[in-house]
Design a protein around this ligand. Structure first.
Ligand code: NAD
Length: 492
């Protein structure tokens, strides 16, 4: 067997081996093969990256925005030309199907496209003669060196909710991808290198907690963009803010969905099955709890069990596969323990739940799509983020009761409703506490020109990812008042 290669960091335009003695395996979740080794980089390596980013910033912030975005136009083309290979890298280290990998890359490309339009979005405002002979205007300037910390579940998309906007706004950045899936970002940075982007503008430092802490504490890093679990998001927000940084920290989710009795049964079942079991349930916008209203219970419960049972499990590379493995053995064990303990909360597994073995991938982290009925609203299944292909069912008598159940949750990433009734949908979208609402939609992921984030424990901060919010996050405003007395201009 060939020795797994050690992934390098990319600092100041050079690929550099980390000096860290802490090295972790990068594992293929479909068969446990070691794909590479990833260093958990040290504080010194973050210091080096910040130094490079700070030096690069001096010219970059004065480079016209129209010139800055030319690198992004090139990156978009390179992403499109390399889409298949990029998707294969995601599937290899993350496990999802090739179609899902391509889907997330499409979202990355959308974000690059929106950032290409930044010159017009960066325009300030001005008012002449705020008093006689005095003009006042507001400009946007870059915030400085920016840190980006991302999770395992969308290695090709989530970094691009941030990176294109940060650099187009004139910042330099340091990105630390999830140590579970570092290969995709190595590939993406190689593409970025081909654009001729000046050295030091984007730096890649691989690592774990120590690396993140060094970013949170470094005084030259002015802003942190984070996506991951709520527990870590809260920590990132607190420590980053305590160090005077601007922080946006996106966390976990449950994404409850309400089904009204008038919802189209076939369409509803298909969309919810795709949302709950797609990406093996490892999506921050996966429906993981259903609340049926009145007789919707009867039509939906049986249909979703059939849909779960019919899902095809396997390697993300194989044709026809709908559900790949979950990220690692720990995660599989954790998910399975929620399922195995369901009966202690008086809930009942009505589909899936059993151990599965996939031919040729017997070592893979596969979890059968599972439906658990009669979930206790106060119990673990309703309140914890399971992050696997597991859907809990709860039942309400009225829409009002269902909305109250949704709003009891600690998260607030997304809420969905399936109905034919305009008034019911309107009430739901007005009253549900969540950052994203789906009406007859299972994964209400906003397009790149809308802000994306949740409420409650799904988000810590103020300005969200993507679009206009990204521009506000990565810039600071400066207001200038100016007077040029006539007698001074006469001298010229
Ligand atoms: P995670 O919180 O374990 O890790 C996220 C990042 O934080 C990684 O880069 C990791 O190295 C780092 N990290 C982990 N523990 C840390 C610690 N104690 N101190 C400092 N840094 C730490 O998340 P994950 O398992 O990689 O990703 C799954 C989670 O991300 C889920 O909770 C999911 O809902 C969430 N997520 C949220 C969104 C959203 O938009 N809200 C999108 C995708 C994923």
């Amino acid at each position: 067997m060939t020795k797994a290669r050690l992934i390098e960091n990319y600092i100041d335009g050079k690929w550099i081996a980390s000096t860290s003695t802490e090295i972790q395996d990068v594992i293929n979740p479909a068969n446990q093969d070691v794909l590479a080794k990833v260093p958990l980089s040290t504080k010194n390596e973050i210091n080096h990256a910040v130094e490079a980013a700070s030096t690069a910033l001096i010219d970059w912030r004065d480079t016209p925005a129209t010139e800055r975005v030319q690198y992004l136009f090139k990156l978009k083309t390179l992403f499109e030309e390399n889409l298949d290979e990029l998707a294969r890298t995601i599937t290899l280290e993350c496990g999802k199907t090739l179609a899902e990998s391509k889907g997330e890359l499409q979202r990355a490309i959308e974000n690059i496209e929106v950032a290409c339009g930044i010159p017009s979005m960066l325009m300030g405002s001005n008012l002449e003669n705020i008093a006689r002979g005095i003009d006042e205007h507001m400009i946007r300037q870059p915030i400085g060196v920016v840190g980006i910390i991302t999770p395992f579940n969308f290695p090709g998309m989530i970094p691009f909710w941030f990176l294109p906007y940060a650099i187009a706004c004139g910042n330099s950045c340091i990105i630390k991808p999830s140590e579970k899936v570092p290969l995709t970002m190595v590939f993406a940075i190689r593409l970025l290198e081909k654009t001729g982007l000046p050295k030091g503008i984007v730096n890649l430092v691989n690592g774990g907690k120590e690396t993140v802490d060094a970013m949170l504490d470094h005084p030259q890093i002015k802003a942190i963009s984070f996506v991951g679990s709520s527990e870590v998001a809260k920590y990132i927000y607190s420590r980053g803010a305590a160090n005077g940084k601007r922080v946006q920290a996106q966390g976990g989710a449950k994404n409850p969905v309400v089904i009204m009795p008038d919802a189209d049964p076939e369409m509803t079942t298909q969309i919810i099955a795709d949302s709950a079991f797609g990406c093996a349930g490892q999506r921050c916008l996966a429906n993981s709890l259903v609340i049926t209203v009145a007789e919707a219970k009867n039509t939906f419960s049986e249909a979703i069990c059939e849909a779960a049972t019919n899902r095809v499990l396997g390697s993300g590379f194989d044709k026809g596969v709908q559900v790949g493995p979950v990220i690692n053995a720990d995660s599989k064990e954790r998910i399975q323990s929620f399922i195995n303990n369901a009966h202690t909360e008086n809930a009942k597994v009505i589909a899936g739940g059993h151990a599965v073995s996939v031919k040729d991938y017997e070592q893979g982290n596969f979890v059968a799509p599972t439906v658990i009925d009669n979930v206790n609203p106060e119990g673990n299944i309703a309140t914890s983020e399971i992050f696997g292909p597991v859907l809990g069912l709860m039942h309400a008598n009225t829409l009002e009761e269902a909305i109250a159940m949704v709003n009891k949750g600690r998260y607030g990433n997304m809420g969905c409703i399936f109905t034919n009734s305009g008034p019911a949908a309107r009430k739901f979208r007005n009253q549900v506490d969540a950052g994203n609402i789906g009406i007859n939609i299972g994964v209400a992921a906003p397009m790149a020109f809308f802000p994306f984030s949740g409420w409650n424990e799904s988000f810590y901060g103020d300005l969200h990812a993507q679009g206009a919010h990204a521009i506000e996050f990565y810039t600071q405003t400066k207001v200038i008042a100016e007077r040029w007395p006539k007698e001074w201009s006469r001298t010229f």
